[in-house]
Design a protein around this ligand. Structure first.
Ligand code: ADP
Ligand code: MG
Length: 256
């Protein structure tokens, strides 16, 4: 092998953070993910769109192994997904996930919610965990809410806490599955702004969303899914102005 090709391989192995190769998944007779090939490089923001039921959530859930796959391979930072135990807990910390329903612990304060994973999974010192939690809560604009319980916060504030909680684990990549879909309209922007800032700060992100404004302004790439397949991938400008597939044209005509 020549020196040049070795160097090339090294670049590829450090640049590719999340790699799915020929991933297939069934729910009984339903072939929910079909031959999915997707590579996300470090610092990239990928927005996943597509009709309801096309497999977007399942795709996210396989990446942090909330769902197993039947066939194919997924690697994060070059390593295959662990099966169970501490390694799996660490993987889930490396892959931060933010859901439509904020999933905060209701019997713990906002501060405790953001400290918990640091203490349990990352084995951080309590004082350090608290400092970091407070700094992250400030960063997402809810620093003054630290001692409240989730139910005392608005939906937009709770979702920003959920983002802070994921960030507290120093994730390599953040997955967002329709993070603003459960929010009242006036709270959507405060969450999208936090996500925009994260993207600008260089976080690697996979975002399932119907917010096309976010896709246009923050995404490096749009991945369009239908019926369990990736039908089309393109830069946002190109995708929105000139979709190639009929499925994508049809989808865009309904939402734009
Ligand atoms: P999307 O997020 O794009 O709306 P999903 O990944 O949630 O799509 O779902 C894809 C398909 O898989 C849908 O038909 C859905 O009903 C089905 N599905 C999702 N989760 C399960 C499950 N746990 N068991 C059976 N079917 C499921
Ligand atoms: Mg979904």
């Amino acid at each position: 092998m020549t020196e040049v090709s070795v160097a090339k391989e090294e670049v590829a192995s450090t640049g590719d953070l999340v790699v799915l190769k020929n991933v297939n998944k069934h729910f009984g007779a339903l072939h929910v993910l079909q031959d999915i090939d997707l590579t996300i490089t470090r610092g990239e923001v990928v927005v996943v769109i597509g009709p309801s039921g096309s497999g977007k959530s399942t795709l996210c859930r396989t990446i942090n192994r909330l769902e197993t796959i039947d066939d194919g391979a997924i690697t994060i930072d070059g390593k295959p997904l662990p099966q169970e135990g501490k390694e799996l807990a660490r993987l889930r910390a490396d892959v931060g996930m933010v859901f439509q329903s904020f999933n905060l612990f209701s019997h713990k304060t906002v501060l405790e919610n953001v400290m918990l994973g640091q203490l349990k999974v990352r084995k951080a010192e309590k004082k350090k965990a608290e400092e970091k939690a407070r700094a992250l809560l400030d960063r997402v604009g809810v620093g003054t809410q630290a001692d409240k319980y989730p139910a005392q916060l608005s939906g937009g504030q709770q979702q920003r806490v959920a983002i802070a909680r994921a960030l507290a684990m120093d994730p390599k990549v953040m997955l967002f599955d329709e993070p603003t879909s459960a929010l009242d309209p006036e709270m959507i922007n405060e969450v999208l702004e936090v996500m925009q800032q994260l993207a600008r700060d260089g976080m690697t992100m996979i975002v399932v969303t119907h917010e096309m404004g976010f896709a246009r302004s923050a995404a490096n790439r749009v991945v369009f899914m239908a019926d369990g397949r990736i039908v089309e991938e393109a830069a946002p400008d190109q995708f929105f102005s000139n979709p190639r597939s009929d499925r994508a044209k049809d989808f865009l005509s309904k939402i734009l």
